[in-house]
Design a protein around this ligand. Structure first.
Ligand code: ATP
Length: 281
């Protein structure tokens, strides 16, 4: 269990913004962190990683405190069991793929996981290649493998796929899910992409203006809101219990909708306003 309460005064262009986000995350969960630009998503990841110090609150991972405001305890980043992947994959350009991944291991640690990860992320044939000779998607695979090599208690992903084209993105989503399950990771993903959230996340935390808004299942994340993500699809099945199966560009999504007037073959817009959920024809 990861339990955190993070309080801080953030400084935005509009002035001070009190930041107050709490959540409890089960071990092994894949959590989506959603909110408009400036809502505070990256700040959550930075505080969990130890790059940014909260003013108050706590971060408890299992039985270990990483931050405890009352006692002014702040565990430095290097002592936290985290893996981090950003949009711009900060890899070592002078090292090859394998060396970049191995670098994450502690001294004398078995290298078996490096071989396993090279295989799992489809990088085996590129192991000796220098980083600059790889595509963006391949570099993100290296960044992911490196973040996972030390089996972190918490994997933090800040829009790691947003610079990739849709084909590469879909492939990497599969890889992300594979490694998350295979290594029993607890993962938090920041993404603006509703489809990605629903494909990957077990639960979605919604932030607004630096505040925890709600935590919902990804299926309740779909609807027809003002801040539409522009996701479109075709209804391919409707179950008696109201579960609607929608074919979208890169796969199939299943979600609950209270609408009674949907039919197979209807074209629908899906978006991610979590205040209510329905589909728009
Ligand atoms: N160290 C800091 N101290 C105070 N305020 C900060 C600090 N870092 C960022 N902020 C402010 O906090 C606000 C939230 O930023 P944050 O990057 O967490 O939002 P976000 O939801 O990740 O946005 P985006 O989707 O655009 O990346 C911003 O207005 C930013 O200027």
């Amino acid at each position: 269990m990861i339990d955190f309460a993070l309080q801080k005064t953030l400084h935005t262009v509009e002035g001070e913004m009190p930041f107050n986000v709490s959540a409890r995350i089960e071990r092994g969960q894949f959590v989506g962190l959603y909110g408009v630009s400036g809502a505070g998503k990256t700040s959550v990841l930075r505080m969990l990683a130890g790059f940014m110090k909260p003013d108050d609150g706590h971060i408890k991972v299992g039985s270990e405190f990483w931050f405890y405001g009352e006692e002014a305890f702040h565990m430095p980043t290097q002592h936290r069991s985290i893996g981090f992947v950003f949009q711009d994959y900060a890899l070592f350009p002078n090292m090859n793929v394998e060396e970049n991944i191995t670098f994450a291991l502690r001294k004398n640690e078995s290298r078996t996981i490096v071989d396993e990860l090279l295989e799992l992320t489809g990088l085996k044939n590129l192991a000796k290649r220098k980083i600059q000779t790889l595509s963006g998607g391949q570099q993100q695979r290296v960044a992911l493998a490196r973040a996972i090599a030390k089996r972190p208690a918490l994997l933090l992903l800040d829009e790691p796929l947003s610079a990739l084209d849709s084909g590469m993105r879909a492939q990497l989503q599969e890889t992300l899910l594979d490694v998350h399950k295979r290594y029993g990771l607890t993962t938090i993903l920041v993404s603006h992409n509703a489809e990605e959230m629903v494909k990957l996340a077990d639960t979605v935390i919604h932030l607004e203006n630096g505040k925890f808004q709600r935590q919902v299942s990804p299926s309740a994340f779909f609807l027809n809101g003002e801040d539409s993500s522009g996701l479109k699809g075709k209804v391919v099945a409707i179950a008696p219990d109201g579960e609607v199966t929608v074919q979208v560009e890169s796969g199939v999504l299943r979600l609950k909708s209270p609408r009674q007037d949907l039919h197979v073959n209807d074209q629908v817009d899906i978006s991610c306003n979590v205040d209510m959920y329905h589909l728009k024809k």
